[in-house]
Design a protein around this ligand. Structure first.
Ligand SMILES: [Zn+2]
Length: 319
């Protein structure tokens, strides 16, 4: 099983240091236990369902597809939230403390989970979906040298690899339902293979000269590589870092020089900056592409997210 290998980052939430927070966390723990089955906890009909806490809503949906009724899956970052800059609360400590399995992406996307897991005292295994996957070509990240871009799930074939890893780990944590997890993993892989082919056909039908695009943050290299887009720039270097006036000017120049067709803003970020840049450069802007987080229906599942995004991309790139 992949092991979480993360450096100790800044300690924002350490209940051992604060008696008040410790008391608060205990109270919230009791409340969270009694409230299980509510909207955020991934209600399951099975009272013995194992409790899986994922960092993001995208990963929680993959767990749901593979785990079915034997699993209650929920996400720490709520739909519409921002995973890179997420700041866990004491209530999140309680959820992690109580989990049977913690599911993360790794590769720097959700590093904060390391502190959260330590502070919660959880004994739940931590599954890292994105690291050391066979057959994957990893793209460089936007951080320090040696970092890897974590947004692998935007290539549907990688989401299928994630689902396979989830199936194996659910079977390890809950061997009584191993056959069900295996069957669900295979059925889901079939649906994802169809989704992958559909996405390739849809974007492949757009004239190649129209397929140069700008993304808001660096979330699209795997999608672009899989389905034939070319990313000519990103608006922000990283979530939480607004570009300087000079960087905006450089991006607008790059858009004009390359003949990029569209700028894809993402639903979890303020659309104003994307609109301003696209208007200035004179290209189409979409402000509600989903990447790191699920959204409202029909983008409230991983498959729905991909269909939504591909439809938006194809529409925006029409000549
Ligand atoms: Zn991201």
């Amino acid at each position: 099983m992949p092991i979480l290998r993360l450096p100790a980052t800044s300690l924002r939430l350490n209940i051992n240091r604060s008696p008040l927070l410790a008391v608060l966390a205990t109270v919230i723990l009791a409340t969270a236990c009694s409230a299980r089955g509510g909207t955020s906890s991934g209600a399951s009909a099975d009272p013995d369902a194992i409790d899986v806490v994922a960092t993001t809503s995208v990963l929680a949906d993959l767990v749901r597809q593979v785990g079915g009724s034997h699993v209650a899956a929920s996400s720490l970052v709520p739909p519409g939230g921002e995973v890179h800059t997420f700041d866990p609360t004491p209530a999140d400590i309680a959820r992690v403390a109580d989990a049977d399995l913690i599911v993360t992406n790794g590769l720097g996307l959700d590093d904060w989970v390391a502190n959260l897991a330590r502070d919660s005292g959880t004994r739940a295994p931590i599954l890292v979906l994105g690291e050391d996957l066979e057959g994957v070509t990893y793209f460089a990240g936007d951080g320090a040298e040696g970092t890897v871009n974590p947004h692998l799930w935007m290539d549907v074939r990688n989401a299928s690899r994630y689902a396979a890893r989830i199936g194996e780990d659910l079977a390890r944590v809950d061997p009584a339902h191993a056959d069900a997890y295996d069957a669900a993993t295979k059925a889901y892989a079939q649906r994802l293979a169809e989704l992958d082919s559909w996405a390739r056909e849809q974007i492949g039908a757009v004239p190649e000269a129209r397929r140069k695009v700008v993304s808001f943050h660096d979330a699209l290299p795997y999608l672009a590589d899989a389905y034939g887009l070319e990313i000519v720039g990103t608006v922000i270097d990283a979530p939480g870092q607004d570009p300087s006036a000079g960087e905006v000017a450089d991006l607008i120049e790059a858009i004009r020089a390359t003949g990029a067709s569209a700028l894809f803003g993402e639903a979890q970020f303020n659309p104003d900056l994307a609109r301003t840049i696209a208007d200035e450069a004179g290209i189409t802007v979409v402000t509600d592409v989903y990447t790191d987080s699920l959204g409202d229906p029909p983008a409230d599942s991983y498959e729905g997210l991909i269909r939504w995004d591909v439809d938006k991309v194809v529409e925006a790139l029409q000549p």
